[in-house]
Structures are given as C-alpha cells and as structure tokens.
Design a protein. Sequence first.
Length: 180
Amino acid sequence: MKVVISGCSGGGKSTLLAAFARRGYSTFDEPGRQVVKAQLACGGGGLPWSDAGQFIALCVAVGVRQWDEAAARGGVSFFDRGIVDAVSNAAHLKLPVPAAFVETLSRCRYHERMFMVPPWTEIYVNDSERRHTYTDAVAECEMLVEAYGRLGYEVVTVPKIAPEARVDFVLERLNLPSRA
C-alpha cells in the first residue's frame, strides 16, 4: 500500500512522516526538497525559482524512483508528496505536461485515499528551500486538493493536531495498526 501525504509546504508533512517512521512504517521524503538540496549543492539550475520545468521533471523522476522502490519492498509506505504534486504544479504554472508524465500518473497510482495536510500558520516557516509565502502555500493546497480529486483520489484532510495524533488519524482511516 502506497499512501500519499500531501498539502501545502510548511503544514507539517515532514514531521508527520517522521512520526510514521518512528512507528516502523516505510517513508519517503519529499522529492522537491531532495531536488532543491541536490541542485543547491551542485550549483544546478533545476530550482523552482530559476527553471520550474527542469525542477518538475527532476521531482517526477525522484517520485517514480520512490514509487518503484516502495512497490519492490511491498508492505505499507508513506510518501511526503507524490508524483501528482509535481505534475499538477506543471499544469498550474501553465507549463507543457509531457505525455510521459500523464502515463506515469496512470502507472504509479497510490492508495485511493490520500491525506491532505492543510495550511497551518502557527508552524509555517520559510527557509533556504522554502521561499514562497504562506499565501502561496494556501493556494498550493487548494490546487492539490483539486488535482488529486480530478484524478479520482479520495482527499481526506488531516486535522491540525499533534503529530502522533495525526498518525493515529491516518492509520484509523486506512484500517492499519498503530505499529507497523
């Protein structure tokens, strides 16, 4: 079972994934953060603020690698964002969406119930990898809710509660045990 946790930047997704990992579940870090770190480290141009198209292509590639790894492992895996996030960002920015991306969305399906982490002003912070505003984060979340819904996923909003309680909320809705 491959489960996506998505939503706005700064809403607590990474903290939530860390809580799943502490309980023994397999987790995958956000592709966008991985790409930004790698591009900053090597002086690459595939950054969302300099070449959004290249950044999105790199995120899709990381997302596919993660999906394939989870499929090979079997069991339950939680993803901090999914391939849908990257492809929907291309459409949102009015960039061309290659046919290969559309095919990837069909091949790399996640569990039909995905979990959306909403904007949360009390925990939102900017850093070197997150340069957009809270208002941008709200718009991003709205766009993602629409994108996942359009692709046939059931979007479940995760309440603004402590990370361990968020884990319990998600696990209950997936009928999974508290510990992997």
